[in-house]
Design a protein around this ligand. Structure first.
Ligand SMILES: Cc1cc2nc3c(=O)[nH]c(=O)nc-3n(C[C@H](O)[C@H](O)[C@H](O)COP(=O)(O)OP(=O)(O)OC[C@H]3O[C@@H](n4cnc5c(N)ncnc54)[C@H](O)[C@@H]3O)c2cc1C
Length: 568
């Protein structure tokens, strides 16, 4: 960075809407890197004098971790801004997810430009890049958003240590969840609540979540000039699609473009439908409607384009003075499910694994690469399952109950494959892939934890019929079946040969035979689950429902950097 650039930089004082701060004070000659909007707001809100003394400039830092071959962004965040917990693995991360990331970065840069600032993207491993940056930019402060995922805790601890070595002060805020998760655990006697009811009782005691802080305007940015050298794009530019291994030929229509602007547009669109919001009951929504029957705000929350708190308070406004549904089925209730699984992920060891996870039933899952591949590649021969898996691969989002159907099918329902395998596939393909939510929901669906009614199995034939008896959804995603009459669309193998012939699709040739006999295997699997539960009871002499996570005391925010890092 040249000296004139530095001077210009020093004149910049502001906060910005989209998540990356841009500011320095005239009187100081140091810089603070921040990767989060809320953190800055947090500092201004909670510690205005510190903020006033800070020199802050725009930077989001993207790292490529060579060892794990993953990309991660250090450490954008939160409310109305980009949070990239993504570890977009170069080779196997879904293309939709990578495209979403690029879109979100572009949107962020675009918003920053409107506020006379820029987004800086840096490449490299945190341990290599940060020390250089601290020196080169004379960094004195570093802010980030607290992230509870073990990978992130580990990374943040390393970076914090490096910062300390370089006399850089580190600030962070908790804003990715509605509440400070550690506080919920503390209120529950040091253990994560294992039922939604309990979680709800605790958050009711804590009161409503913090309100989001309003976004800054151009006025706040009057004197801002972010220095950009001629080599800016080369050095700090947003990764190109090619850099992230995206070939335009392999990309379908972009139904959910990344970025805050689209997140807020989507949020507004839904909040305008007040009657819909007030009467929202999740179980009444459809897994197989042709356009989504829920909000599809999850990718935006996952990436930090939309804050869960903003969503919460917008809902509160809509509910005000109106009769409305309640948790667990309401939209507020959905956000509390998110909180529930986050709390579990913080308080339960090895949350994304079966072994070593104290609340997870130990099941003798089969290893069956053929079945797993058939499920992943939409070749099970069950049209409802295959249509869902096709939608997932093509579009990156599927309805919650569709997730139920395919997750149950892969695990305890039909294929008897570990939920950990399903978790990996979802992580790769979902736009909203989130470490805590993915692991928690997979445990739920496989009846491994939280939910224990393993005898309630989704039928891959009957379930979809309830909301789409003519199979329009199947026809959309599996055009090979589009000429089948409604009577056979969910079970084409039962269609007489003449019907198959007329539909131009012969089962076994143009579309696979069902991979298993659902009725038989599901009965057998219920029995196997029963045995796993019995074993658990005899080992522990207690019901898994009563099983508790690791007892812990909440850390004060100031203590968190020293928090013990759990291994992935
Ligand atoms: C096997 C399985 C894996 C899942 N993996 C993920 C994941 O990786 N990331 C993810 O965001 N969700 C995951 N979910 C939860 C849920 O399916 C999605 O959050 C939801 O479908 C997103 O769509 P939406 O935004 O339209 O939800 P809406 O119904 O509009 O709900 C609003 C918001 O509430 C939150 N929410 C809703 N349901 C849940 C839930 N069950 N658990 C946690 N949060 C919830 C989401 O942030 C969502 O955006 C998973 C569910 C299952 C069954």
């Amino acid at each position: 960075m040249n000296s004139s650039a530095v001077t210009l930089f020093r004149n910049a004082v502001t906060r910005i809407r989209t998540g990356v701060a841009a500011a320095t004070t005239q009187s100081t000659n140091h810089y603070t890197i921040t990767a989060s909007y809320d953190e800055l707001l947090g500092i201004t809100a909670h510690n205005a004098d510190v903020f006033a003394a800070l020199g802050i400039f725009a930077a989001i830092v993207l790292f490529y971790c060579y060892k794990t071959e993953t990309w991660s962004l250090y450490k954008p965040a939160t409310k109305r801004c980009l949070k990239i917990p993504v570890r977009v693995t170069r080779n196997d991360s879904g293309i939709n997810r990578r495209r979403f990331l690029i879109g979100a970065l572009k949107d962020l840069d675009c918003s920053l430009r409107k506020l006379n600032s820029r987004l800086f993207v840096l490449r490299g491993k945190p341990e290599d890049v940060f020390p250089k940056l601290f020196k080169e930019w004379n960094v004195r402060k570093l802010t980030y958003e607290y992230d509870t995922e073990p990978y992130s805790l580990n990374r943040d601890e390393k970076v914090t240590n490096l910062a300390t070595e370089h006399e850089v002060t580190v600030f962070y805020e908790i804003s990715h969840t509605l509440y400070n998760i550690e506080k919920i655990i503390e209120e529950n006697g040091g253990k994560p609540p294992l039922t939604y009811k309990r979680l709800r009782a605790i958050v009711q005691k804590l009161g409503p979540p913090k309100k989001p802080i309003s976004a800054p305007h151009l006025e706040n940015m009057k004197d801002v000039k972010t220095p950009c050298s001629e080599k800016f794009e080369e050095k700090y530019g947003i990764p190109t699609p090619e850099e992230l291994g995206l070939e335009s030929t392999s990309l379908g229509e972009e139904l959910f473009p990344g970025g805050e602007q689209e997140a807020l547009r989507r949020l507004d669109e839904h909040m305008e439908k007040m009657a819909w919001v007030c009467s929202f009951e999740k179980p009444q929504t459809s897994p197989n409607s042709l356009s989504p029957s829920t909000t599809v705000l999850s990718p935006y929350i996952t990436f930090g384009c939309l804050s869960a708190r903003t969503f919460w308070w917008r809902l509160t406004e809509v509910y005000q003075g109106r009769k409305h549904s309640d948790p667990p089925v309401s939209l507020h209730g959905q956000l509390l499910w998110r909180e529930f699984f986050y709390t579990g992920s913080v308080g339960i060891n090895n949350f994304n694994k079966m072994e070593g996870n104290p609340v997870c039933i130990q099941v003798d899952w089969d290893t069956n690469p053929e079945y797993l591949a058939a499920w992943r590649e939409a070749r099970t021969g069950f049209p409802f399952i295959d249509a869902i898996m096709t939608q997932l691969r093509q579009e990156g989002w599927i309805h919650h109950l569709a997730r139920h159907a395919v997750a149950c099918f892969l695990t305890r329902g039909d294929l008897w494959i570990s939920w950990e395998e399903g978790q990996k596939v979802f992580e790769e393909l979902l736009l909203d892939g989130d470490w805590a939510l993915n692991a928690g929901n997979w445990q739920w669906l496989s009846a491994s934890a939280f939910f224990h009614q393993f005898f309630r199995v989704y039928s891959p034939i009957a379930f979809g019929k309830k909301t789409d008896k003519n199979g329009h959804y199947i026809k959309k995603y599996l055009p090979v079946l589009k000429k089948f009459p409604p009577k056979y669309i969910y079970e084409p193998w039962n269609a007489p040969h003449s019907v198959q012939h007329a539909a131009g699709c012969i089962v076994g040739k143009d579309y696979p035979h069902p991979i298993v006999q659902h009725k038989q295997v599901s009965k057998k699997n219920i029995q196997r689950m029963k045995e796993a539960y019995a074993k658990r009871s005899s080992n522990n002499n207690e019901s898994p429902i009563k099983e508790q996570g690791v007892k812990r005391k909440a850390l004060a925010v100031s203590e968190m950097p020293q928090k013990k890092i759990r291994k992935e």
